[in-house]
Design a protein around this ligand. Structure first.
Ligand code: NAP
Length: 264
């Protein structure tokens, strides 16, 4: 069978280069285009450290998709760029696999409309690491049995959005699973600014320090006990099995699918 033709947007970024390496290393997928503002004209294989691929980085996404005949777009760009890229790709019937975080509820609504109109599937994962997906599932399960819960996420200082998409999704899943069980401490004397973002009765805290890739703790408190669920991403390779799985499966999906757990 012919390889699935993949365009990588944000190809010169930290995640983009890992995606180029991962896609090139597996059977059934091929990098046919690379788009980024940062390093136009350079061979993406050389930039990714795997030697020449004969694919030069381009800056115009529409032109790159049309020229290359890409079937799938892997988007690892920036919160400010991702919606524009998807508004370009979906009407061209190129199926996006989106790792870029920061897509709002309104953005998601728009993507569902675009996907329906173009009959083109879209896959979005706030986190492509299997351990993080399991952390979210365990947290969802525990939320039904404890009285208090908070989420703390830790990322490198260059991450643009906060809290992370993973932390927000974890808290939303926990809030829905708890069905009103989770409560909050009385806060009359507490400075609201120090208490993080409220997602239902769950507070979400974002820490930004150099040296971190992506870590998250979910803390639960009940009568005489606490439970901590923690996931650490040691390096960006951890996301690649999930990204490769999504690139292989996206063309067979329908509409907009959010979350790696839906395709595992
Ligand atoms: P990064 O190193 O800053 O890379 C982003 C790249 O995208 C940069 O080279 C940037 O170029 C480029 N870019 C910006 N606008 C663009 C556009 N319109 N079209 C094409 N390229 C564009 O960031 P990163 O660490 O790779 O992360 C990228 C995204 O993935 C972030 O949103 C991050 O939160 C997310 N992420 C998701 C997961 C997951 O599992 N879902 C895991 C890790 C990271 P310039 O530098 O010139 O602006």
């Amino acid at each position: 069978m012919a390889d699935i033709r993949v365009c990588v947007a944000g190809a010169c970024g930290k995640m983009g280069k890992e995606v180029v390496k991962a896609v090139t290393a597996v059977e059934g997928l091929a990098v046919v285009a690379a788009v980024d503002m940062a390093c136009a004209g350079e061979d993406i294989g050389v930039l990714a450290g795997i030697g020449p691929l004969g694919v030069a980085v381009e800056s115009d996404l529409a032109a790159a998709l049309t020229r290359s005949g890409a079937q799938v777009l892997a988007d690892f760009t920036m919160p400010s760029a991702v919606m524009g890229n998807l508004r370009t790709a979906i009407p061209l019937r190129v199926a996006p696999v989106v790792g870029t975080t920061g897509i709002t509820a309104d953005g998601l609504h728009e993507l569902r409309r675009l996907a329906t109109e173009a009959e083109t599937p879209v896959f979005i994962a706030p986190n492509f690491a299997i351990g993080a997906v399991l952390m979210m599932q365990f947290a969802q399960q525990a939320a039904r049995y404890f009285d208090y819960a908070e989420v703390i996420e830790f990322h490198h200082e260059k991450k643009l959005d906060a809290p992370s998409g993973t932390a927000l999704r974890t808290a939303e899943l926990m809030r829905d699973a708890a069905e009103g069980r989770l409560t909050q401490p009385a806060q009359a004397e507490m400075g609201e600014a120090s208490r993080g973002l409220a997602v239902g009765n769950i507070r979400v805290h974002a820490v930004r320090v150099p040296g971190m890739v992506a870590s998250q703790e979910v803390l639960f408190g009940g009568l005489g006990q606490t439970l901590t669920i923690r996931h650490d991403t040691i390096n960006r390779e951890s996301f690649m099995p999930g990204v490769v799985l999504a690139l292989r499966k996206v063309l067979a999906l329908h509409g907009v699918v959010v979350g790696l757990e839906n395709i595992m």
